[in-house]
Design a protein around this ligand. Structure first.
Ligand SMILES: Nc1ncnc2c1ncn2[C@@H]1O[C@H](COP(=O)(O)OP(=O)(O)OP(=O)(O)O)[C@@H](O)[C@H]1O
Ligand SMILES: [Mg+2]
Length: 398
């Protein structure tokens, strides 16, 4: 079939042709924003889910809806190489200048810029990576102590007051939020706590791996009440049918029921895989409708594509000890896995594996769904390891 009109979109953050199964979360986000705009208290949202379930595309959709409703948005992505302050300063600066411009001249926006200037000046981190110029005198004594837990809440307060002056709502969207360091996470939680207490119009919507609730809880016990953690999971069969059939039909093509069932069976409803199978099945089918045969032809190709990119890139980044650990996990079948069982399978001392486990949790490769248990953050990673990676334990030195 025509490759160019193929509607499916496997990729990181690539908007799907049809965003299905997420109406509850989207409504939750709409309600949160509308309530805070009316100065009513509401829990901020932290979307949690495994790799490739659609967290980034949800954040993008929430940001789109926010802008359509007239709210201001700031979208950033946390990563280990860059600190939170450096990520926040440029968009906050832009926002404050804009609030000032829109208002003609705004006292609160000017003050916000002065506080931001103080915040930048007090940063011990290298800010040369941040492009900014603020031709304004810093406000001394506000957000400039150099202690992020004190300064970030103060900065948010100044920004939110500038927004409030113009009856604006600021929606801060942070992707991969599990990559913030402990101090940044704690400062962010404290800042949001303050926003809620003072009923200021700044909303946080974050997204990250399932480790998020634990990270937030460890940081501040009240974080449990401050945030709601909607889970972004695999799609059910009916949603998979919609995700595939609707975009195909719009292009004058359809899937047979058996074809759709087979894609659901193989992908287990994980959105990235659904897009991948939709994409390759389309390309494999000579004619509409796309049938079971076409999906069966697509399966080895789609599997191979996933193995050589989606799965492989994550695996190749690991150290030898980490690879050995994960391969041993996979050998135990599908997860979750008891740490004790992995230790026994590897025939090593418990203490030898603790640091390897801790590092992989930090890097977001594995997580602990419950006490004493571990699982992969990448869906179907165990199948990939068993299929594509020879068990290295005979030769490995752990
Ligand atoms: N609700 C959905 N319906 C259909 N397809 C979806 C849906 N959500 C996501 N997808 C598709 O799944 C793929 C992965 O989405 P996305 O990159 O947002 O996942 P993610 O959770 O952010 O992954 P990661 O943790 O790796 O960043 C994309 O190709 C996207 O088009
Ligand atoms: Mg993402």
């Amino acid at each position: 079939m025509d490759l160019i009109s193929n509607p499916f979109s496997p990729g990181a953050g690539a908007p799907p042709p049809e965003l299905v199964g997420r109406s509850t979360i989207l409504e939750q986000a709409d309600t949160l924003m509308a309530r805070v705009q009316r100065r009513r208290a509401e829990q901020s949202l932290m979307l949690t889910g495994l790799r490739g379930v659609g967290k980034t595309v949800l954040l993008t959709e929430i940001a789109r809806r926010a802008r359509a409703a007239g709210y201001r948005t700031i979208s950033i992505e946390a990563h280990t190489g860059k600190n939170l302050a450096a990520l926040l300063i440029p968009p906050l600066r832009e926002l404050l200048y804009d609030l000032n411009r829109v208002a003609g001249l705004s006292h609160k926006a000017k003050q916000g810029l002065a506080v931001l200037r103080g915040f930048v000046g007090a940063l011990r981190v290298k800010v040369s990576e941040v492009e900014f110029s603020l031709d304004i005198e810093p406000q001394v004594g506000a957000a400039d102590s150099g202690d992020l837990e004190a300064d970030l809440p103060r900065l948010f307060q100044a920004v939110a007051e500038a927004a409030l002056e113009q009856n604006a709502l600021l929606v801060l969207l942070i992707d991969e939020i599990q990559y913030l360091n402990k101090l940044e996470f704690s400062a962010l939680i404290m800042a949001m706590h303050q926003m809620q207490q003072q009923q200021l119009p700044l909303v946080l919507i974050g997204a990250g791996l399932p480790i998020l609730p634990a990270l937030a809880g460890q940081s501040k016990s009240y974080a449990e009440r401050l945030f709601a953690y909607p889970q972004v999971g695999p799609l059910n069969a009916a949603d998979v049918v919609l995700a595939l059939q609707d975009p195909a039909k719009k292009a004058g093509v359809s899937f047979t029921e058996e074809a759709l069932l087979e894609i659901f069976r193989i992908t287990k409803g994980y959105p990235y895989f659904v897009q991948e199978w939709g994409y390759i099945s389309w390309n494999s089918a000579p004619l509409t409708p796309i049938g079971l045969r076409d999906v069966q032809t697509a399966t080895p190709l789609a599997t191979q594509r996933l193995d050589s990119n989606f799965f492989r890139v994550r695996f190749d980044r690991l150290t030898r000890a980490e690879k050995t650990f994960l391969r041993a996990m996979a050998e135990l079948g599908s997860g979750p896995y008891r740490f004790g069982d992995i230790v026994s399978a590897m025939a090593v001392e418990h203490s030898a594996l603790g640091p390897v486990r801790a590092k992989m949790i930090k890097e977001g490769m594995i997580y602990s769904p419950a006490h004493g248990l571990l699982d992969f953050t990448v869906p179907l990673f165990d199948e990939f390891l068993r299929r594509a990676i020879p068990d290295p334990r005979d030769t490995a030195v752990v």
